[in-house]
Design a binder for this molecule. Structure first.
Ligand code: ADP
Ligand code: ZN
Length: 724
């Protein structure tokens, strides 16, 4: 028996099957097997019968039903080879092992929050933890345990004293207000929607891999195309998987599917999300395996949903970085969707208003079908986008006179406005006016963000918090000043400028509680918010009919990140956030504040001209050999001590250079985040015109590994999305 063990080991192992035919050894079974002196979990890959001399026997069968259908074995193997990641870990990452009691990760989260009841705790440890909760808001038990070694006991006492409340995360999702959203009935399709569906119908009825890019401007009704395609797949008796970048941010899309396609006698629908309890997750998983569920909506890990064979995969907002798993096993669910569709001979529909360069290039070259929706539904116009040049202009805080006037007009008319500022907190750094020093995180070499309401400094990379010092730690000067603006400060400025306005803020600081997102969505829909302020979260896919003004506070922040993808990201973000304006009967307008109005990204954003952006950006990428015209893999070496980390990275680069075979080996160089959570980080970037030599070189590295001194780690990121 070939078994992939859930451990970081590159190969699978052979075991004896001691159970005869009861149960039969089918691929996909979850097993317990001996490995060295330990017992580990693993998954049966192939039930070949060999002589098996000297082999150890399988210790136990954990569940008598396979975790995934046999056909998925090939899928997992391919992924493991492509990402150069151990097969067992790939399978473990894709499966809800929690439901089988292996890992606690999937247990419902216990969330604690401070309760103000006028009393104060007794002991120092209780006070410390309570202070932390007061300044951070609701926090999971897991996170608290990682911060406070005695959290379990201390929390129990605080709960008993009524100073801290406990809720289980799975309960709050989705928020009742979301579930009560208006009934959705199918509208008549626009001619463009009809034209997009025309080639999809025969593809769904067929038996071949059929990829499509649905390039629809914001508000063109892409969701309606998804709904019709999914309904058609069901009519044909085929299964559908819908991937969204972040399930909590897409309640409206999930609701539309639920209303239209759940409870249909033909089949059931399941939503896979992190708020499910073990029982719910197990039920959904088994429902898919047993064929009771024919439609799943989920975030990236749903790409591993155990369908025997899929007929349709939809990837909404295919350009979104949320599809990339950036820790541990680093896969991109958007790419995996294409592979899985190929294996299953399925139709795959990638949708976006701002497609990835890779996707659009393939569509242009005719490798995947191109389905354009060039207009908004019901002849609604795209919003008018205007640049506001900030250079040499007097500002009131973060706001130009133009934006202030526009906000005032909107308030008078009773229409909603949305402001994008891609920075949380009050100010992105605290600067010493005397010596020019900036307060930094000790473990991350990154400036600490200042929060005024809670009066604390926080590192956005490791979450460390500290009280702001009274004097500069460098020169003892007393002139520490919060510099720049984050969403917290912007909200304060707005409250001062427009005292009667109803404000709301949406960023990862205010969205900590389950259901808080749903509550804002409900308030927006009910018209209870005049101005919504937020980070990039506010740009994602929402369909609020009454937003008529969108303001971008600082477009340059995204534009000038030191990453070759910064223009692509800025274009997508600006286009997506602009697309939130004027989606209802009232037309919308967009004001973008910048100090670089001549940048080519803006020209394309103003004209809603994706193709112009693509032309220009593709030219740069081609010249430099960057994706989608070249292929990258990023190897990061990290360790607590700098010297051995750097030396290991050098040895790695030397060894790679010796057998590079057509691959450019760049570095080693310190990562942009040269220190993270106390670890020094160096990177070696591999760049090649074709995938083949890149993978050959990585295979060579697997066969001739570089020796890693104690405490030094190495991670391989194939097709990295950012190089920080
Ligand atoms: P996109 O995802 O392309 O930005 P949505 O799918 O959110 O756009 O659709 C925008 C709005 O248009 C939604 O409120 C949707 O209900 C509505 N809509 C979609 N298709 C039609 C149609 N054929 N007729 C009328 N309204 C439509
Ligand atoms: Zn830090």
């Amino acid at each position: 028996m070939q078994v992939a063990v859930f451990a970081p080991l590159a190969r699978s192992f052979s075991y004896l099957w001691p159970f005869g035919e009861q149960p039969p050894p089918v691929p996909g079974l979850l097993l317990k097997v001996p490995l060295g002196r330990r017992a580990v979990f693993g998954c049966l890959l192939a039930a070949e019968t060999g002589s098996g001399e000297g082999l150890k026997a399988v210790a136990a069968v954990v569940d008598r039903e396979p975790l995934f259908p046999p056909a998925m074995g090939t899928f997992f193997e391919r992924i493991s080879r492509y990402y150069h990641h151990p097969l067992g870990e790939v399978i473990a990452a894709g499966l809800p092992l929690g439901v089988f009691g292996l890992k606690r990760e999937f247990a419902p989260e216990r969330i604690y929050a401070a309760v103000e009841n006028g009393r104060e705790p007794s002991g120092a440890r209780q006070r410390q933890l309570l202070e932390w909760l007061r300044s951070h808001g609701a926090t999971s038990e897991r996170h608290l345990k990682s911060l406070f070694p005695t959290a379990a006991t201390v929390l129990r006492r605080l709960v008993a004293a009524g100073l801290v409340s406990l809720e289980t995360a799975a309960n709050g999702w989705p928020h009742p207000a979301e579930a009560a959203a208006a009934e959705d009935s199918a509208p008549d399709l626009t001619p463009e929607q009809e034209a997009a569906l025309a080639p999809l119908r025969p593809a769904l009825a067929g038996d071949r891999f059929a990829p499509f890019l649905l390039h629809g401007v914001t508000g063109s009704g892409k969701t309606e195309v998804y709904l019709r395609a999914a309904a058609e797949a069901r009519r044909l008796g085929k299964k559908t998987l819908i991937l969204v970048p972040e399930i909590a941010l897409t309640p409206q899309l999930v609701e539309r599917f639920r209303e239209r396609l759940d409870g249909d006698e033909a089949g059931g629908m399941a939503v896979l999300h992190s708020g499910l309890s073990n029982g719910e997750r197990r039920q959904a998983w088994k429902g898919v395996i047993q064929g009771r569920i024919d439609l799943v909506i989920g975030a990236r890990s749903a790409i591993f949903a155990p369908f025997e064979r899929l007929g349709l995969i939809i990837v909404d907002e295919e350009h979104d970085a949320g599809y990339k798993q950036s820790e541990g096993f680093r896969y991109n669910a958007r790419d995996l969707a294409l592979w899985r569709a190929r294996l299953d001979r399925a139709t795959v529909l990638l949708g976006s208003a701002t497609p990835s360069l890779a996707g659009f290039r393939q569509a242009r070259e005719g490798k995947i079908g191109f389905l354009p929706l060039r207009h908004r539904v019901l002849s609604r116009p795209l919003p008018e986008v205007t640049l506001v040049d900030l250079s040499g202009r007097p500002l009131q805080g973060s706001l130009s006179p133009e934006l202030i006037a526009a906000l005032g007009d909107n308030l008078n008319r009773g229409e909603q406005s949305l402001l994008l500022l891609n920075r949380r907190g009050f100010a992105p750094f605290l600067l010493c006016r005397d010596c020019g020093a900036v307060l930094r995180c000790r473990r991350c070499e990154i400036s600490l963000t200042y929060y005024r309401a809670k009066n604390l400094l926080r590192c956005h990379y490791c979450d460390a918090v500290a009280a702001p010092p009274d004097t500069c730690p460098g020169c003892r000067g007393a002139n520490l000043e919060p510099c720049g603006a984050g969403t917290e400060r912007l909200e304060e400025e707005l409250a001062a400028l427009f005292p009667g306005a109803r404000l709301a803020r949406m960023d990862s600081d205010t969205m900590t509680r389950r259901g808080s997102y749903g509550r804002i969505v409900a308030r927006m829909q009910a018209g209870d918010v005049d101005i919504l302020v937020g980070t990039q979260m506010v740009a994602k896919g929402h369909d609020f009919a009454r937003i008529t003004l969108v303001g971008v506070i600082n477009a340059d922040a995204t534009l000038f990140l030191p990453d070759f993808r910064s223009s692509e990201r800025a274009f997508a973000l600006l286009t997506q956030v602009s697309g939130r304006a004027g989606r209802g009967v009232l037309p919308g307008r967009v004001l973008i504040q910048t100090r670089n109005p001549g940048h080519y990204v803006f020209a394309a954003v103003i004209r809603h001209d994706y193709e112009a952006f693509f032309q220009q950006e593709a030219g740069f990428r081609r010249d430099l050999g960057y994706p989608p015209f070249g292929h990258l893999a990023n190897i990061v070496v990290s360790g607590e001590k700098e010297d051995p980390t750097q030396q290991t990275a050098s040895r790695l680069a030397t060894s790679l250079n010796q057998s590079s075979g057509g691959v450019e080996v760049l570095g080693p160089a310190p990562c942009l985040l040269s220190r993270l959570r106390g670890r020094h980080r160096y990177q070696v970037l591999l760049k090649a015109a074709a995938r083949e030599p890149l993978h050959r070189l990585l295979e060579h590295l697997e066969e001739n590994p570089v020796r890693l001194p104690a405490g030094i780690r190495m991670t391989i990121d194939v097709d990295p999305l950012d190089m920080f």
